[in-house]
Design a protein around this ligand. Structure first.
Ligand SMILES: *[C@@H]1O[C@H](CO)[C@@H](O)[C@H](O)[C@H]1NC(C)=O
Ligand SMILES: *[C@@H]1O[C@H](CO)[C@@H](O)[C@H](O)[C@H]1NC(C)=O
Length: 279
């Protein structure tokens, strides 16, 4: 009996260890393809880390093989060194419909600090919903975790598990991302919008880790249909932030919010409905 319990316990430990290692070891090429800038892309550490390079000739980008309707999308990112105005490093979800949906993280290169992270939500081709945050760390010195939760209730942007932004589904299809989306990441040259690039500081290199994708895969892009949320995916159940997350969110918003479309009366004379929705 005792040895039975012991071997059961050891089996349990081993399964957990395998699972933990398995998650860490998901390779880039299992879930992603490079889509442009092939010679500005390197696969490192047994394909568990990749590097995208921007120089005067090109940047680079990659894309998930599958299309997803919702999920918990996480990427660990280290952006190019801190003297990089004009360089944009991104991680986002996008549909390919003519009037597309998109949920973005974009690092706006700077001579930081401050280090600015822009977030945006496009629905049916319309964006203009930018919120920019000043990061409380230098994102070019270490990997940090950037996460988008999207389910039928809300979109939440997290940095190192701290919720920075919540975008509620108010039941209006025109105002919520409902199309199957691809996960993408790029480094590109946004001179003018993001500042002037000093090419003598280049090439600019961004690194990405964490290529497992936890979401609802949809097969038909033109008709994503509905996901089956009954099989217990944890991310599908998060209808609101919990009490601890609300406290983190309020604190982060107060300390780090740099630009908010919700309060930009020039662009939005009338406050958009999602800005007034309770968290
Ligand atoms: C940019 O990088 C590519 C790939 O490494 C290289 O072939 C090209 O010469 C570089 N261009 C410039 C302008 O440095
Ligand atoms: C979802 O909710 C559970 C329970 O409150 C919480 O432990 C978990 O961190 C939440 N996940 C996200 C991504 O917010």
């Amino acid at each position: 009996m005792e040895s039975y319990l012991l071997s059961g316990f050891l089996g349990f430990v081993m399964v957990n260890m395998l699972f933990a290692c398995g998650r860490r070891q998901v390779t880039f090429s299992r879930n992603y393809n490079i889509i442009w800038g092939n010679d500005h892309f390197s696969s490192l550490n047994g394909d568990t880390k990749v590097e995208l390079t921007l120089n005067q000739s090109s940047g680079a980008g990659f894309q998930s093989k599958s299309r997803l309707l919702s999920g918990l999308f996480n990427m660990r990112i280290k952006i190019p060194h801190s003297k990089s105005p004009g360089v944009v490093t991104s991680f986002y979800l996008t549909s390919t419909e003519a009037q597309h949906d998109e949920i973005d993280f974009e690092f706006i290169g700077s001579n930081g600090p401050p280090y600015k992270l822009s977030t945006n939500v496009f629905t049916k081709g319309v964006g203009n919903r930018e919120q920019i945050f000043r990061l409380w760390f230098d994102p070019s010195t270490d990997f940090h975790s950037y996460t988008i939760l999207q389910n039928q209730y809300q979109v939440v942007f997290f940095v190192d598990d701290i919720p920075l932004r919540v975008f509620k589904n108010l039941g209006n299809e025109a105002n919520y991302p409902t199309q199957g989306m691809l996960v993408e990441a790029t480094i590109w040259h946004a001179e003018g919008w993001a500042g002037k690039i000093d090419w003598s500081k280049g090439p600019f290199k961004a690194q990405y880790q964490g290529f497992d994708i936890d979401g609802c895969v949809v097969s038909d892009p033109s008709n994503p249909g509905k996901c089956d949320y009954t099989h217990g995916d944890a991310w599908a159940q998060n209808q609101t932030l919990n009490a601890a997350q609300i406290a983190q969110y309020q604190n982060a918003k107060r300390k780090y919010l740099d630009y908010d479309y919700c309060t930009d009366k020039t662009r939005h004379p009338q406050t958009p409905p999602e800005c007034q929705a309770p968290i």
